[in-house]
Design a protein around this ligand. Structure first.
Ligand SMILES: Nc1nc2c(ncn2[C@@H]2O[C@H](COP(=O)(O)OP(=O)(O)OP(=O)(O)O)[C@@H](O)[C@H]2O)c(=O)[nH]1
Ligand SMILES: [Mg+2]
Ligand SMILES: [Zn+2]
Length: 287
């Protein structure tokens, strides 16, 4: 039979078959040595052995794989950013968007906790900036259920991953979207300050037919140590400006059209700063 790995808890894969049955799986033979290489999102061939248990015989080839969070065969990222409690990092938001681009994935932005956003004009500015670049931006509040119906009705296919820093509200959003799901209790553990912090990536089947992954809040991202031209290509808002030098890296070169666009407010200063930082990380690694 064929199935999808929906959870990998302490190295034990849970596989769901097309008819919705779930099996706690073990690995045998040659594949057993590959246990560290199975990921949530993998399609596998398996054989039921006992009540609710099965043996995985083969992992099918992957279309792609993300390492943070670890998920295979991903269609897109839903990057969750929170303006308050705690305020998120725009640098990490941009890094995640770059990571999506480098992996060849779609990316959308979810601004969470809009019920406690302290500054409506900062919120508006942020939303406008990213929409201008071309990102779809969702505004949600899970306790107020703002934006929930819109998200539920939006059509998607494949595997989408909720990603973002710890505490931005990924699991709470998932519960608001899927109140009947197991409430992800098995995937939660007690964290600091009495909060529940997610430990395992887990896939949930959405009413619209796609899969949505909840994931732990990674902050260390081994993302974008890529060539400057590849990083630049991930910043749509920084491309298309005219510079004096054709190989301009939009730093301190004279006659840089990007720097001018930043000074005139056409490009958000933080976007340019984050681009520069990613380029300098690449420069550091490559010498
Ligand atoms: N006011 C408000 N609080 C929220 C909202 N969403 C989540 N919270 C609260 O924020 C805290 C963290 O939420 P979680 O859903 O656990 O955050 P997470 O992103 O899953 O965190 P990790 O699993 O650690 O990565 C909880 O106390 C939630 O009740 C929201 O939309 N509005
Ligand atoms: Mg969580
Ligand atoms: Zn330039």
């Amino acid at each position: 039979m064929e199935g999808l790995v929906t959870l990998l808890e302490a190295n034990r894969p849970t596989v769901q078959s097309a008819d919705g049955q779930t099996y706690l799986c073990y690995l045998k033979g040659r594949i057993k040595r590959d246990v560290g290489r199975i990921m949530v999102g993998d399609r596998v061939q398996f054989e039921p052995t006992d009540e609710g248990e099965a043996r995985i015989d083969a992992v099918l080839p992957r279309a792609n794989q993300l390492l943070r969070p670890p998920v295979a065969n991903v269609s897109g990222l839903l990057v969750v950013y929170s303006l308050a409690e705690p305020q998120g990092s725009l640098e990490l938001l941009d890094k995640r968007l770059v990571m999506a681009h480098l992996t060849g994935l779609e990316a959308e932005i979810i601004i969470s906790k809009t019920d406690v956003a302290p500054d409506p004009s900062a919120l508006r500015d942020l939303v406008e900036r990213y929409r201008e670049i071309g990102y779809r931006v969702w505004l949600v509040s899970s306790p107020q259920r703002w934006g929930i119906t819109e998200m539920l009705e939006y059509p998607r296919t494949g595997i989408w991953v909720l990603t973002g820093e710890s505490g931005v509200g990924k699991s709470t959003l998932l519960k608001a979207l899927l109140p009947d799901a197991l409430a992800s209790t098995q995937a939660l553990s007690r964290g600091g300050r009495g909060q529940q912090t997610t430990r395992w990536v887990r896939l949930y089947r959405m009413p619209a037919g796609y899969w949505l992954a909840d994931s732990p809040g990674y902050t260390a991202l081994e993302t974008a140590v890529a060539e400057p031209s590849r990083i630049l290509a991930a910043f749509d808002d920084l491309t298309g400006w005219e510079c004096r030098f054709s190989d301009c890296l939009h730093g301190l070169e004279p006659g840089c059209g990007v720097v001018e666009a930043v000074q005139r407010g056409h490009v958000a200063e933080w976007r340019w700063r984050h681009y520069r930082k990613l380029v300098s990380e690449w420069v550091k690694k490559s010498y």
